[in-house]
Design a protein around this ligand. Structure first.
Ligand SMILES: [Zn+2]
Length: 400
C-alpha cells in the first residue's frame, strides 16, 4: 500500500510532483516551501519492509572481506578522512554499518568503534569475519541518547528513512556537546550520473532526496553547524557521493536560505533524461523484436531491475538475464530467469543488451568475443557520457 505524506523538514503540505510511476504507487517531487525532495505517495511501512527483503546484492564473502576491493578501499579512504576531525581513542558510532568495513578500518586506526545494522546477515559478517564484536543488530531506535559519542556516522542511510529530520535530532542526542555527525548520501544535483539504478531505488527505496543546501538546513534544525560539505567520490562504489560533517552546537545553528526551485529543476532534468534513455532502449528492443531477434539482458543487479521497470519489459520482449556470477544462476530477477553467458547458444539468443553502469565497455567486448556468429551485443549507454568530470564537480559546494 502507498501513503501520502507532508514535508518531513518544514511540515508543509505543498508538494510539487515531478514524476509519477506508472503503478501509481509512487511519485517523486519536492516541497515548494523548503526544497526537500521526497516521494509522495510512497510505499507504507509494511511495503517498505517487503522491498528490503529483496534488497541485498549477493556479494561473495571473499569479495567483501578483501581490503583491496572497492569496499575495503572506500573504508580506508573514510578512515583517513577521520584524522582531520578526531584523535585516535575517540568514540565512533556508525548507524547502518552494513558489513562493517568502515568500522574495521577506523578501529585499525585506533578509534573505539560501535555499530548498528538492521540486516542479520551483515551483522554476522561484521562480527565473525571482521571481528567487530561491538556491532549489534538495530537502527535508530537502538541508538543510546546519552551524549557519549565523539562522532556518529551514517553513510547512505538518511535517504532511506521515513523521517530524516527526526533522525538527525536523535543523533544530536547521541553525540557529546561539540561532537560530530558525518553523513554521506546521493547528491540531488547529481542524480543523472546513474539514472537507471536511481530509477529503481527512487521507485521505493529513496524516500528523500537532498541537495547540499537542504541537507545543511535540516542538520542546522537538528543543532548541527556545517563544518564540511562537498562531493567526495568513492571510486567504484559511489561517484556522486555528497559528504557532510556537522558539529553539535548549543544554540540553534543558522540554516542557509531556502531555494526550492533548485531541487525542482534538478529533479525535472533527471526525470527527463531518464525518460529519454528509457525511450531509446525500448526503441532498440522493439526494432530487434520486429526482425525476430531473441533478446537477453546482461547483468542481474539493481541496474537491470531499474531498466526492466523503466521500460516495462515483459516475457514477449526479453528471454532471460545473463550474468557471470554463478550464485545467481537458476534464480529469477524481475520475473526473468538468470542464466550463464554460455547459454547464449542453447537459448538461441541473437541480441544482448548490456545493463551495467560501471563496466559496460568491458562486458560488451567480452560478450562479443564469445557470442555466436550473428549475435549482436550492445551497451545501453554507448558513448554517452555518464560520469561528472572533475572540473564539473568543483572542489566545494557553496550553500550560504
Ligand atoms: Zn518543506
Amino acid at each position: 500500500m502507498s501513503e501520502f505524506v507532508d514535508c518531513a523538514q518544514c511540515g508543509a503540505d505543498d508538494f510539487e510532483t515531478v514524476y509519477r510511476h506508472p503503478s501509481g504507487g509512487v511519485a517523486h517531487g519536492a516541497c515548494r516551501r523548503c526544497g526537500l525532495g521526497y516521494l509522495s505517495p510512497r510505499p507504507d511501512a509494511a511495503a517498505t519492509t517487503r522491498l528490503y527483503d529483496g534488497y541485498r546484492q549477493a556479494y561473495p564473502d571473499a569479495f567483501l572481506a578483501a581490503t583491496d576491493g572497492p569496499f575495503g578501499r572506500a573504508a580506508a579512504a573514510r578512515a583517513a578522512f577521520l584524522d582531520r576531525w578526531l584523535r585516535p581513542g575517540a568514540r565512533i558510532l556508525e548507524v547502518g554499518c552494513g558489513y562493517g568495513h568502515f568500522l574495521h578500518a577506523a578501529r585499525a586506526a585506533g578509534y573505539r568503534v560501535e555499530g548498528l545494522e538492521p540486516s542479520q546477515h551483515q551483522v554476522q559478517f561484521a562480527r565473525e569475519r571482521l571481528g567487530l564484536t561491538s556491532v549489534e543488530r538495530g537502527l535508530l531506535d537502538d541508538v543510546a541518547r546519552d551524549g557519549r559519542q565523539d562522532l556518529v556516522a551514517m553513510f547512505h542511510v538518511i535517504e532511506h528513512l521515513r523521517d530524516p529530520q527526526a533522525a538527525l535530532q536523535l543523533l544530536a542526542q547521541a553525540v557529546r556537546p561539540g561532537g560530530l555527525v558525518w553523513l554521506e548520501l546521493p547528491n540531488a544535483l547529481r542524480l543523472p550520473c546513474d539514472a537507471i539504478e536511481h530509477h529503481y531505488i527512487v521507485a521505493g527505496h529513496h524516500l528523500h532526496t537532498f541537495t547540499p543546501r537542504v541537507l545543511a538546513a535540516m542538520a542546522a534544525r537538528a543543532g548541527f553547524e556545517t563544518l564540511y560539505l562537498a562531493e567526495d567520490p568513492l571510486p567504484a562504489v559511489y561517484e556522486a557521493n555528497l559528504r557532510f560533517v556537522g558539529r553539535r552546537v548549543a544554540a540553534a545553528a543558522t540554516p542557509p536560505p531556502r531555494r526550492p526551485a533548485e531541487t525542482l529543476r534538478s529533479l525535472t532534468a533527471h526525470h527527463r533524461r531518464l525518460a529519454a534513455l528509457g525511450a531509446r532502449v525500448s526503441g532498440k528492443v522493439q526494432r530487434w523484436r520486429a526482425v525476430g531477434r531473441r533478446i537477453a539482458l546482461y547483468g542481474a543487479g539493481f541496474h537491470t531491475r531499474g531498466l526492466v521497470d523503466l521500460c516495462a519489459f515483459g516475457a514477449h520482449e526479453i528471454d532471460c538475464i545473463l550474468d557471470d556470477d554463478r550464485t545467481k544462476h537458476g534464480t529469477e530477477l524481475a520475473g526473468f530467469p538468470v542464466c550463464a553467458p554460455d547459454s547464449l547458444h542453447e537459448r538461441r539468443i541473437d541480441a544482448v543488451l548490456v545493463s551495467s553502469l560501471a563496466a559496460e565497455t568491458a562486458i560488451v567486448d567480452r560478450l562479443r568475443a564469445q557470442a555466436p556468429r550473428g549475435c549482436v551485443v550492445n551497451g545501453i549507454y554507448g558513448a554517452e557520457p555518464r560520469r561528472p568530470s572533475a572540473a564539473a564537480r568543483g572542489p566545494r559546494l557553496e550553500v550560504r
